[in-house]
Design a protein around this ligand. Sequence first.
Ligand SMILES: [Zn+2]
Length: 255
Amino acid sequence: MEVLCTRCSRRQAVYFRRHSGERLCLGCLYRSIVKEIKRAFSTVGSVGPGLRVGVLVSETLVLESALLLKVLGEVEERYSGLAIAVTCGDVSEKYLAVVRRYSKDVVPCPELGDSEIVCVRLPKGLDWLRLDLLAVPVTLDDLLECFLRSLVYEHEVRNVGTYAELQHLKVFAPLHRVPRVDLVAYAFLAGVLDEVSCTKVRRPPDAIGKLVTAISIKHPELLFRFLYGAFSREDLRTSVLGRGMGCSQVGSSPV
Ligand SMILES: [Zn+2]
């Protein structure tokens, strides 16, 4: 018997979202991701037409970068805005070809600075792009990974902020409430996974990466407990940017 989508009750469900118990059709899965992106925009106080949003594209976050660029580009297009791919580090021609499918503009970042958000180093010298925002393609899994890495390797209980200000540029993580498994499911169902996975293979996960992946697949509700429980709301509002240098421009997190 055909199982209908929990949300729209009209289309066939194609994805069982473990952490919520919902069975979703592709359209509702897509809209739930878009909803989180829009929520992130409104919490950083940047909504409205005509925004220029940079998306950090990196081959260490192959799927996340491409999908964020795709979905954010579609959202911005509706509001006469623009999503611009900002590539960091070495990016293969094969992956660049994928990126160009989702962004007319692809610009290399001049250099990386000392600041970071959710363990991702941020570029500097982007003033000439006149961006309103810079989006970092990290998921809820990356928040937990970043927290655990600091705990295990540096013996430091770290506040993992999801928002920062670099000079006049707002940096945020619009997918930070989305578990990676949701993105992978969407990519698979929308036929995007193949085109991304034919590029450079993601570096093999270490023990922490494997642990977080196992949690994400088997007990995704724990990711949300981490998000809401491991830190107080006040902690989450406090961005931790960089380790020492470049921390003077830290803003308050909109979580
Ligand atoms: Zn539906």
